[in-house]
Design a protein around this ligand. Structure first.
Ligand SMILES: [Zn+2]
Length: 344
């Protein structure tokens, strides 16, 4: 064999050895910015399972929240539902989710508490009481809360199955919540689909824009980049998603984008890898994107969910990949948890 070819093969071999190692090193720094401690029945595998999964996935910190809704098990149901789409039974708002989370966090030793950034989610986003309910939680658990969300508005079948008034990003009750978030320096993780089933235009975009526009001091994180499974499973998802996000990011400095779940599965990654369109969007706004697993109460697949972002991280410049994997999520939350007296 020619020496030059031998040398080239050696270089390739060494690169294969070194690259995954380099990746594993940067993954140590990962922050999961979308993780639900409980499922739709408000059950959880618990903190031991979560910490183990975080270790395995090399996640140093997680934004952790409950779920604001609970699936009803109706007497005539053929079986106990396992997911919110398990049958046609409704969901209802379940505020105990925050106390379940707070209790679990308080039971942790200090080093493990430091890996959790707990968010308040258990309120009805159409109730004008929501903001004062959040403030009461801040008072009840001083220093516990680092953010508000995931707030569920426009979420296809989930919204349709949730009892009561339909939530929307510009609801007056939420406008008060955004104001409160700014006053406590808390980010808001907001689920607000841009579009609906069988719609190819972003019919809900004006609601989101109204919220962003009215609260320039509030840091918003748009869950799943404004998508959700039910909408995107249809034949024609929102083809203009990337240009819409680009326009929003240009217009609103207070907007950040979470790339978990449906956006990852239906837009970001395909067999060919990551499209140029997405790469240039993230490179043009390197401090505006975060990653997450969106697991609900069961944490076994944390490594798999976050590992799925690897082609994206590998395709980005190293600094941008680090911002996306951990830096942005770290910067979006305050340095310490909210305390009521600190504001007054
Ligand atoms: Zn979620």
């Amino acid at each position: 064999m020619f020496p030059v070819i031998r040398f080239a093969l050696l270089v390739v071999f060494l690169a294969m050895l070194l690259l995954p190692g380099a990746w594993a090193g940067s993954r140590q720094l990962m922050v999961d910015a979308h993780l639900h401690y409980v499922d739709f029945m408000q059950d959880s595998e618990g903190m031991d399972a979560l910490m183990e999964a975080m270790d395995r996935a090399e996640v140093k910190q997680a934004w952790l929240f409950g779920l604001p809704v609970m699936k009803k098990w109706q007497a005539q149901a053929p079986r106990q539902p396992r997911y919110y789409l398990g049958d046609e039974a409704p969901l209802y708002y379940y505020s105990a989710t925050d106390d379940i989370l707070a209790g679990a966090v308080l039971a942790l030793p200090a080093d493990q508490q430091a890996r959790i950034r707990a968010f308040i989610s258990g309120f009805n986003p159409t109730d004008m009481h929501a903001a004062s309910q959040i403030e009461a939680l801040i008072e009840r658990y001083p220093g516990m809360w680092y953010g508000i969300g995931e707030i569920l508005t426009r979420h296809d079948q989930l919204t349709a199955l949730t009892e009561g008034e339909t939530p929307r990003a510009n609801h007056p009750a939420l406008m008060k919540v955004y104001q409160l978030a700014a006053s406590y320096d808390l980010p808001v993780l907001l689920h607000s689909n841009l579009s609906s089933l069988r719609e190819e235009t972003p019919i809900f975009l004006p609601e989101l824009e109204e919220a962003l526009e009215a609260h320039p001091q509030t840091r918003f994180v748009l869950a799943h980049a404004g998508t959700s499974g039910g909408v995107e499973d249809q034949q024609s998802p929102l083809k203009t998603l990337v240009p819409i996000l680009r326009a929003l990011l240009e217009r609103y400095d207070n907007l950040h984008v979470d790339l978990s779940w449906s956006v990852k599965e239906h837009y970001l990654l395909d067999e060919k890898g990551v499209s140029e369109e997405w790469l240039s969007l993230i490179e043009d706004f390197p401090d505006r994107f975060v990653l997450g697993s969106d697991l609900v109460g069961h944490f076994d697949s944390l490594e798999k969910q976050l590992g799925a972002f690897q082609p994206l991280l590998d395709a980005l410049p190293k600094k941008v990949a680090e911002q996306l994997a951990s830096g942005n999520a770290g910067r979006l939350v305050p340095k310490s948890g909210a305390v009521k007296s600190a504001r007054e």
